[in-house]
Design a protein around this ligand. Structure first.
Ligand code: ZN
Length: 349
């Protein structure tokens, strides 16, 4: 099992938790801070003051797009520097690029998410464009996660809704994993599966409470952040992405590939994929769809700038992009008009 060494979650904790970074630097070499331009503008003063006070050397790196090319650029920039730790600060892009670069340079990685849009904030997986395979690849687990609830709560609502999509996906991911256990005798980790399922269940419960009280408060944000971290931890326990990612993720990766990354956020696509795959699994897809709607996550193709044809193509491709991953898509063989009917029936396009 590969697990993070420290997880710190709290309100306005960025300043004092930088101590963890100091604790982790034994050789007093530089820390590479990978972030986006806007995030840097809002946090650089507090981080720089804190680092200067603690006598920590650092180097800012502005992340490019979510591609392997950006990772290579960072590796080039850092190859002649004495770097001890790489820290990714930002949304999915900076975390994924930083995690991949740290893995390739064999440096520890600390994740500081500024939004809760997917479970990559803690998992040993990254999803980037321009690789050989259009799905997540395995890397080293982050050694630490520092999640400041104040920052995460202030991020746009669609980001946390996307995080809910990535969590609700665990329902079909676990169904697919059970199928692989039953049909092809694949290893199934009961504990990892339950841990991952718990976070999906909590999202369903949250959607019911929000309906009553009509707001997403800091306590709910905290639960979602903890859910995303623990589902990443479930992947670390299982040693594979199985507890977190099934046919709904294959659909999302396929749709991202077909639309060249222009069809919404990871968790938004995954949420839509979960509705479709839940229907195939004969699960309660309506409950999932309702929950996503209440949480403000998209449930229709047009909400993520995709059309019906792209959804059908993505469904078709999803069963082919990763042959070794056994899912419900291996059990069914739908013709184009049947896929069309399925997409219409669940109201996606
Ligand atoms: Zn995901």
């Amino acid at each position: 099992m590969q697990l993070p060494r420290k997880v710190i979650i709290g309100d306005r904790i960025l300043n004092n938790t930088l101590e963890f970074i100091k604790e982790s630097t034994l050789k007093n070499e530089k820390i590479a801070l990978i972030t986006g331009i806007n995030v840097k503008k809002t946090i650089n003063k507090s981080i720089e003051d804190n680092f200067l006070e603690n006598n920590i050397k650092y180097q800012w790196i502005i992340a490019g797009d979510a591609s392997f090319q950006s990772v290579q650029n960072i590796e080039k920039e850092l190859q002649n520097e004495k770097i001890e730790i790489i820290v990714g600060i930002g949304g999915g892009r900076c975390i994924d690029i930083g995690k991949m670069a740290a893995n390739n340079l064999k440096k520890p990685f600390i994740s500081i998410p500024t939004s809760a849009s997917h479970d990559g904030i803690s998992s040993p997986f990254v999803s980037l464009r321009g690789g050989h395979k259009p799905y997540s690849i395995k890397v080293e687990t982050p050694i630490g996660i520092i999640a400041d609830l104040n920052t995460i709560s202030n991020a746009p609502c669609k980001l946390i809704a996307s995080g809910c999509g990535d969590l609700i996906a665990k329902i079909t991911a676990i169904k697919d994993w059970e199928l692989a256990r039953d049909d092809i005798n694949e290893y199934f980790g009961e504990y990892a599966a339950n841990l991952s399922y718990l976070s999906a269940k909590m999202v369903l419960d949250i959607s019911k409470n929000i309906k009553k009280n009509n707001k997403m408060d800091k306590q709910i944000t905290r639960t979602i952040v903890e859910g995303l971290i623990s589902s990443g931890v479930a992947a670390g326990i299982a040693g594979s992405s199985r507890p977190c990612s099934g046919s709904e993720h294959l659909f999302s990766h396929a749709l991202e590939y077909i639309t060249n990354g222009k069809s919404g956020l990871h968790g938004e696509r995954v949420g839509i994929g979960t509705i479709i795959m839940a229907k195939l699994h004969k699960s309660n897809w309506n409950e999932i769809k309702n929950a996503l709607e209440i949480l403000g996550a998209p449930t229709k193709a047009k909400e993520i700038n995709a059309d019906k044809d792209e959804i059908i193509q993505a469904f078709y491709l999803a069963g082919k992009i990763r042959p070794e991953r056994y899912t419900i898509l291996n059990k069914i063989d739908l013709h184009k008009n049947q896929i069309n009917d399925l997409i219409e029936e669940v109201g996606i396009a």
